[in-house]
Design a protein around this ligand. Structure first.
Ligand SMILES: Nc1ncnc2c1ncn2[C@@H]1O[C@H](COP(=O)(O)OP(=O)(O)OP(=O)(O)O)[C@@H](O)[C@H]1O
Ligand SMILES: [Mg+2]
Length: 343
């Protein structure tokens, strides 16, 4: 069902992104690391889920948001590698003691060091790491490089919405040096085009047997953009509610998520007020060049040190609040724009 709000795991519920899916599947055959980037709610976890479910390979899944400390992360990684080794054993090292249908007794050889099991395996295993930028925050970028180098039969697929931080994890932008020089396959999920977003909504409503006027669909796409998450949630709510109610509820929820992310980000910045004004200026007056934003900050009497604005724009890009396109800075998500205008 298209309008099911859990991350998708079944290909028949997964709309569009065929090329991206095929790209990842092909890359799994030849690369040890695959990086899936994309703004929030664009469908990264769903792409990983569908890939995991489509391939008949042993895999494990980590969501880095599940832990809140370095120790917690270490324990999670340890447990995950054990489980993966166990699955590999099941795939490749099963000893069938007796075949006496309907009872088949299976036994595993005595427990071995999990990394050793994975290292020696001739079967390729997959490790999916969601919100992988958090590995870097807890200092596990070296661990990622370690498994890359030491476990050739393992392909790791990482995803995260804080694109810049994810890039740092793999060594871009003066980031971690741990993975420098390693080859990887990288893919960015982009929001749907207008036409595709409309098709998604139409197909979703068709699936649940509900007819919805075209002008409502147009308005939903205008206000929510081509983000799978918001479109799915709108569709899900619209099945039971009026267009106005569904749209308002999704916008409210989306804005509160965006606002939380924004405040959490601002709290960590020394020059909070300047960051806020940059974003507000961009949202309210469509300022898009360094010069325009700089003049705006000066007009607000927010004097700042040389180099501050370039650094701030870079940071905002890293956290995916803005994107840079043809030398211009843009707030790509209409909901981020509306949230900022309403603050
Ligand atoms: N290709 C798709 N087809 C149908 N539904 C999708 C697709 N991609 C995502 N969705 C739906 O959109 C919502 C968000 O998807 P998902 O959690 O995969 O996105 P995400 O990019 O990982 O989000 P976040 O940035 O919050 O981690 C979910 O409700 C999911 O079911
Ligand atoms: Mg996700």
């Amino acid at each position: 069902m298209y309008f099911d709000t859990a991350p998708k795991t079944d290909r028949k519920d997964f709309f569009n992104y065929e090329e991206e899916f095929e790209g990842v599947v092909k890359a799994i055959r030849r690369e040890r690391l695959i990086v899936i980037k994309g703004l929030r709610r664009v469908g990264k976890s769903s792409l990983m889920g569908v890939v995991a479910n489509s391939l008949n390979r042993p895999y494990e899944w980590i969501d880095c948001r599940a832990v809140h400390s370095k120790e917690g992360m270490a324990a999670l990684l340890n447990k995950t590698m054990k489980r993966l080794a166990f699955k590999l054993s099941l795939f490749s090292r099963i000893e069938i003691k007796e075949i006496n249908l309907p009872h088949i007794a299976l036994s595993l050889k005595e427990e071995e060091d999990s990394e050793e099991v994975i290292r020696k395996s001739r079967i390729k295993a997959l490790l999916f790491i969601d919100e992988a930028q958090l590995l870097l925050s807890y200092g596990f970028d070296r661990w990622l490089a370690y498994i890359y180098d030491r476990l050739p039969s393992l392909t790791t697929i990482i995803a995260g919405s804080q694109i810049g931080l994810l890039e740092r994890l793999i060594g871009k932008n003066n980031g971690s040096k741990a993975l420098k020089g390693r080859s990887y396959y990288e893919i960015t999920l982009h929001p749907l085009s207008r036409a595709k977003a409309l098709t998604f909504l139409m197909r979703g409503f068709e699936e649940v047997g509900k007819s919805v006027p075209m002008e409502e669909l147009n308005e939903a796409v205008n206000r929510l953009g081509g983000f799978m998450g918001w479109l799915t949630l709108y569709g899900h709510k619209r099945v039971e509610k009026s267009h106005g109610e569904a749209l308002e509820e999704v916008e409210k929820l989306a804005q509160s998520i965006v606002a939380d992310e924004l405040f959490e980000f601002l709290e960590r910045q020394r020059n909070k007020k300047a960051y806020m004004e940059i974003l507000k200026g961009m949202a309210t007056y469509s300022l898009s060049t360094w010069e325009q934003i700089n003049s705006y900050l000066i007009s607000k009497k927010l004097t700042h040190s040389r180099g501050f604005l370039s650094k701030a724009l870079k940071k905002l890009k890293e956290h995916s609040f803005i994107i840079e396109k043809d030398g211009k800075y843009i707030i790509a998500d209409p909901l981020v724009r509306t949230t900022l205008k309403n603050l």
